[in-house]
Ligand binder design. Sequence first.
Ligand code: FAD
Length: 639
Amino acid sequence: MSTILNAKTPAGPLAGKWERHKQDNPLVAPANRRKYTVIVVGTGLAGGGAAATLGELGYNVLNFCIQDTPRRAHSVAAQGGINAAKNYQGDGDSIYRLFYDTIKGGDYRSREANVYRLAELSTAIIDQCVAAGVPFAREYGGTLANRSFGGVQVSRTFYARGQTGQQLLLGVYSALMRQVAAGTVRLVHRYEMVDLVVDKGRARGIIARDLVTGALKRFAADAIVMATGGYSPVYYLSTNAVNCNGTAIWACHKRGALFANPCFTQIHPTCIPQAGEYQSKLTLMSESLRNDGRVWVPLKPGDPRGPNEIPEAERDYFLERRYPAFGNLVPRDIASRAAKTVCDAGQGVGLSGFGVYLDFTDAIQRLGRDVVTDRYGNLFTMYEEITAEDPYHVPMRIYPAPHYVMGGLWVDYNLESTIPGLFVGGEANFSDHGANRLGASALMQGLADGYFILPRTVASSLAGMKPGEVKAESEAFAAVEAETDARFKRLLAIKGTRTVRDLHMSLGKVMMKEVGMSRNASGLETAIAEIGKLRQAFWNDLRVPGEAAELNKNLEQANRLADFIELGELMARDALMREESCGGHLRDEHVTPEGEAKRDDENFMFVAAWQWQGEGKAHTMIKEPLVYEDIEVKTRSYK
Ligand SMILES: Cc1cc2nc3c(=O)[nH]c(=O)nc-3n(C[C@H](O)[C@H](O)[C@H](O)COP(=O)(O)OP(=O)(O)OC[C@H]3O[C@@H](n4cnc5c(N)ncnc54)[C@H](O)[C@@H]3O)c2cc1C
């Protein structure tokens, strides 16, 4: 492989690239499409959208998920909204502004052409969702309503209360089920993809485990789309569901797909603080709440008074103070770090001292309780159910938590990985968000990839190739299946003393402490050493009860944890290599005198794509240089 990656970005002016690319690339004739099989792993917005659209086009699609229904893909959890440059508010929005905000928000570490295409497609996404019946919030006159998310000065976020992901997913699901009924899409649910088959230089199929019986099965295809979501549970505690994992993309990585920017993770500022040692996940309180909620801490460290007893003059509205231009709606990386700074200074609230207030008193006075309920009612209810505190009367307590991963499998402009025939969409690819994702942009990206980009680029990859060249009965499939079988047997044979959960919690602690909101060389070296010890402990002292040929949750989780351990180590190595601060990646050694992230564009304006070299061997890094032709690269400021 060359040491410089080619993103295959089409030439010509930014604005026309995607249109021209679509014109320039070959199609598959309607009558031939049913001869091609496409595997789509994942039924979230990216995977479900791609499967439904490929099915509608006439391809033969197999769509996999680990849950019992596509409706439980983790996209269902998204709360706050989805961005689009419709400029319904007439407040100065445009495709260019969305593009600019996204590149700046990602701290100039994403690819211009991909981000521009995302901004262009954003408007079509909203039309498609409305056509599918997604009940977006509307203004009194019937037009679609918008709110703001962090890092922007316009209102471009479309939403359905605090349940936007669920409603969008139901739209995707309807489209998908239409294709299931039409016979173009076959759902393969409660199956986990555990390995990838590459033969004759192309991705040819997957090995998946039936999660109910434990049987390993082979599935062959002419192209494969990975849309398996994010891997934040590498931190153990995160806002993601416990089942979210990195196994499918890690398997692709080990079979040759490069892994890009693994250290770029997003620690979201507004989550309910951890309450105890044995909690299995954390709960997000949507960023949309920062439209109306004001973030503050007591001025005096260790102030024992309750929030309602602290007068205005003794409060520190630290985001409004430090970032007057964007106030409470600064991007997530900035808000998270600012919260950590005040908590580290002893001003944090709650029993642990790791919490800040998100206060709606002003909003309730200004807008009335009914309006606040209309906008955020379900989030307020959820908060009260979890904390037993009523946010209409007492400010919410929030603290940053791992939430989203900007890193993922490297893809070119076609969303194709470094393995021909293997495409990657949604949170699973590294794509468009650089070093920090702006709020409400993940749903946008998932649907852009799924509904619009992948169906077109997968078609171009199939055009001209003979369908069904490699069969599941082939040697290549047999070899990968045998390796997978051996891996599960190995996990069961350890018969040590430590549970998966215990080892996962240990990994999470190391990751959060050393590869979390701020990082430094010595901490990252410690993390690499600690993760190495954990890997030893895992393979020597893990205990997995039960058998392979049955529903075995512990075995599933053990297999995923083995991957998280390797991935966690790569995240630490990537963070150690990146001797700069950018977006969510803050190196203590590289900050401005005001404590803000200090980029090093001269040496680090590139995507770091890592190549697997075998178990126990160090990865090698390949660079994709980032070139900015349409945007002036500046120091990011929200002051
Ligand atoms: C609590 C929360 C709130 C959020 N709110 C917002 C928001 O308001 N706006 C926004 O833009 N973004 C939001 N996000 C981020 C956004 O929801 C996700 O990035 C996005 O939905 C991911 O979609 P996806 O299609 O890539 O993956 P997912 O929806 O996670 O789907 C992954 C799919 O892959 C399947 N899968 C995974 N592994 C395997 C395997 N090995 N084999 C077979 N199938 C597999 C799963 O079963 C699932 O079907 C939020 C995220 C969280 C956690």
